[in-house]
Design a binder for this molecule. Structure first.
Ligand SMILES: [Zn+2]
Length: 179
């Protein structure tokens, strides 16, 4: 007997044509193992029908939405912190670069501070001297450096400052890193 064929008929989830239905019924009448399989299948089907419909617990959609939202805000927070770190690193690099540019011979931090103070005092003294003694030179200073240089230097520095401030504002305040 071809049990395999009848097992396939039993397990089929499609309605059987009449001739297959009849041959299956005939086979189940004489074959104990296929009859047992058929009985077991019908029991399982009954269990499924009797079992209450299992659905998600109440408030599932709300919980899911709030979880997605909190994941999104965590992601935004991380991005904002990363942007802040990048900005701070860039600002620090600029600061270090500027200090290096202004004070070419860097020693220890103490030397740095004393050099800065010395330079500041020197500059102050020089400016005082210049005001006192070199008023004609000061009057001519704008002429020594072309005006277009000053304008382009100032405007590019201002532009950088505005871009940087906007990025900080956008990522720090609008996305709530500090709130
Ligand atoms: Zn059989």
């Amino acid at each position: 007997m071809n049990h395999r064929y009848f097992e396939n008929l039993l397990l089929s989830d499609q309605p059987l044509p009449n001739d297959q239905k009849h041959s299956l019924r005939d086979h189940l009448a004489v074959c104990e193992s296929c009859a047992q399989l058929s009985y077991a299948l019908s029991q399982v089907e009954q269990e499924f029908r009797a079992a209450p419909q299992v659905g998600p617990a109440a408030g599932f959609v709300e919980r899911w939405q709030s979880r997605v939202e909190s994941q999104q805000s965590t992601l935004q927070r991380r991005q904002a912190i990363a942007m802040l770190a990048i900005n701070l690193a860039a600002a620090s690099a600029l600061l270090v670069w500027g200090i290096n540019l202004l004070l070419p011979s860097l020693g220890s931090p103490v030397d740095l501070v004393s050099q800065f103070l010395d330079g500041f005092i020197d500059a102050f003294t020089s400016i005082k001297l210049a005001f006192g003694l070199s008023a004609p030179l000061l009057r001519n200073l704008p002429n020594l450096v072309p005006l277009s240089w000053w304008i382009s230097l100032c405007s590019s520095f201002l532009g950088l400052l505005i871009v940087w401030a906007n990025m900080l504002k956008q990522y720090v305040f609008e996305q709530g890193v500090l709130s």
